[in-house]
Design a protein around this ligand. Structure first.
Ligand code: PEP
Ligand code: MG
Length: 581
């Protein structure tokens, strides 16, 4: 039965393919089936994971015994006993072979049953529930990890469905075979959305329960333009979508002609149009799409793929690679913005209560100075003879900025003493992405070389709307007058103090805001690489006079609805092809 689900389209394009569903250990594992003739192999997979998990627990027990004594280590005996239990093993094989279910489902179903039984027992036994849960999670983590590995070596084209993707999952996706993403969680600016856009994979997020509605092997259409996912579409609809997809591709190709043309308004105002990157390789895409440089290099992706702490050399190689690819064009290297949704694997296991208000970004760096210094050394070393600048994220008070700058000064002194080549006069800027920084931007303007407005965070903190929470996604909008007032003020202050201002949040890549931002005085846009041609097209189709009028009108509105409706009409007039839906 064909079924349509509405979510938030975060990366344009259409993908039609059978699905692979990725479960998450923290969430309910759905009952999913495997073909009858795959059941034996599925049981083999489960047995292998039991053996791996057993080995992990033995190692843990040994380490605990060495450090904390035999008695403490004995808590792992229960875990081992459970895995060795013949009754449990029989239950696993009965359910997988008899019910043709996935190994993940068998583990979750049977161990949750065990946990329930223990709960009704005397108190000292009820304590065991935690241990059972622990074993369950270990098995699931290993099973899902195995599937994840499969995901990086796919042999056919698939649409990937998941509750959410962790940064390491997104980083390791097999980009050739994953055609589209449909995600239960998230909003416009969640990290999965940003990465999908960067990779040019059509994606819809905020679907709530797509992972329980579709089963592995179902064909689905992911329509990243309209934010729709269709499960089990009929052949007529598939044909319609194939045609629609061809039109979209044609439109995108028609913009290729803009590549070597400048981003200049009809009346001659030149705009700097730069790209945001997560991975060094993306530099080439930015230039292929007609961008002039890199306005935001998100360096935390160095951390998200593995548990190992990158060395100074790892950092250095990545930045050097980016600098070389840029061949003299500008690049803004942002220092680590770890935490909240961009967590390392180790931190993912110790969640914070309120991570977006917690120890993230510059706060995390200032609390982990050796790590911060390592990165800064690498940036300064890699930037010799590059047109690079350094930028600090999430500054929310003056002390943070001064501390961060003093770390840079210290590192420069060290490098000088050690006689290591480095860039000593690197321009230093900050992201303005908290309301406190925006309101105090005049004071900050006296202490930095440039500002970059991070609307993804500025919107979330100004409107008190979590950028990754699908339940409040409709409240997340850069069109809110309060956000626009802050942006206007930051740009104006920059002009007054001769501090260049760019905007690198997702707002900059949304053609609906281009006129408004030009009219507010923005002269540097940094956007996801696939958005460069479209934004250039808008810039080249307007005059500054038009933009000023639009901005004046917008600033007279008092609700985001009025702003959005008005901007939609104005933009459609200029670029009807982009809104041919
Ligand atoms: C922002 O907050 O707008 C931004 C560009 O940074 P990130 O999305 O990496 O938090
Ligand atoms: Mg940010």
């Amino acid at each position: 039965m064909m079924k349509t689900k509405k979510g938030i389209g975060v990366s344009p394009g259409v993908a039609i393919a059978p699905v692979v569903v990725l479960d998450t250990e923290e969430f309910d594992i759905q009952e999913r089936h495997v073909p009858v003739d795959h059941a034996q192999a599925e049981l083999g997979r489960l047995r292998k994971v039991v053996a791996i998990s057993r080995k992990e627990i033995q190692d843990l027990r040994k380490r605990a015994a060495d450090r904390l004594g035999k008695e403490t280590a004995s808590i792992f005996d229960f875990h081992l006993g459970l895995l060795d239990d013949k009754v449990l093993q029989k239950k696993f094989s009965d359910l997988v072979l008899g019910g043709h279910v996935t190994a993940e489902y068998a583990v979750a179903n049977i161990l949750r049953g065990y946990a329930k039984e223990f709960l009704s027992m005397p108190e000292y036994l009820a304590e065991r529930v935690k241990d059972i849960r622990d074993v369950e999670r270990r098995l699931l983590r290993n099973l899902i990890g195995q599937r994840q590995q499969l995901l990086s070596h796919l042999t056919r084209e698939v649409n990937l469905l998941a509750h959410d993707l962790t940064p390491s999952q997104t980083v390791n996706l097999d980009r050739r075979h994953v055609k589209g993403l449909a995600i239960d969680a998230g909003g416009q600016t969640s990290h999965t959305a940003i990465v999908a856009r960067a990779l040019g994979i059509p994606a819809v997020v905020g679907l709530n329960d797509i992972t329980s509605e579709a089963a592995g092997g179902d064909v689905v259409i992911i329509d990243g333009n309209r934010g729709v996912v269709i499960i089990d579409p009929d052949p007529r609809l598939i044909e319609e979508y194939e045609q629609y997809s061809r039109q979209q591709v044609e439109f995108i190709h028609s913009l290729d002609t803009l590549r070597d043309l400048p981003a200049i308004t009809k009346d001659g105002h030149e705009i700097a149009l730069l790209g945001n990157i997560e991975f060094p390789d993306e530099v080439t895409t930015v230039f292929d799409k007609g961008g002039q440089g890199i306005g935001l290099y998100r360096t935390e992706f160095l951390y998200l793929g593995s548990d190992a702490e990158p060395t100074e050399e790892d950092h250095y190689q990545a930045y050097r690679h980016v600098a070389e690819l840029c061949t003299g064009r500008p690049v803004v290297i942002r220092t680590l913005d770890l935490g909240a949704d961009k967590y390392t694997q180790t931190r993912a296991r110790i969640p914070e209560r309120n991570p977006f208000l917690g120890c993230r970004s510059i706060r995390f760096c200032l609390q982990n100075l050796p790590m911060f210094r390592t990165q800064i050394r690498a940036i300064l070393r890699a930037s010799v003879d590059a047109q690079a600048s350094m930028m600090f994220p999430l500054i929310s008070n003056m002390l943070e900025l001064r501390q961060a700058k003093s770390v840079v000064r210290d590192v420069i002194e060290d490098l000088e003493e050690e006689d290591i080549p480095h860039r000593a006069d690197m321009p230093i800027g900050m992201m303005v992405e908290t309301p406190s920084a925006a309101l105090q931007c005049e004071a900050f303007a006296k202490e930095v070389d440039f500002f970059s407005i991070g609307t993804n965070d500025l919107v979330q903190y100004t409107l008190a709307v979590d950028r990754g929470n699908e339940k409040v996604a409709s409240l997340f909008t850069a069109a809110h007058p309060a956000v626009l007032m802050l942006i206007k003020e930051i740009i104006r202050t920059g002009q007054r103090y001769d501090v260049p201002v760019s905007l690198c949040g997702e707002m900059a890549g949304d053609p609906q805001f281009t006129l408004l931002l030009l009219g507010l005085g923005l002269r540097t846009f940094s956007v996801a690489p696939p958005a460069i041609p479209e934004i250039k097209k808008v810039i080249r189709s307007v005059t500054m006079e038009q933009a000023l009028q639009v901005a004046r009108r917008v600033m007279s509105f008092d609700s985001d609805m009025e702003v959005t409706n008005y901007l939609r009409v104005e933009t459609r007039r200029i670029l009807p092809e982009a809104y041919a839906t």
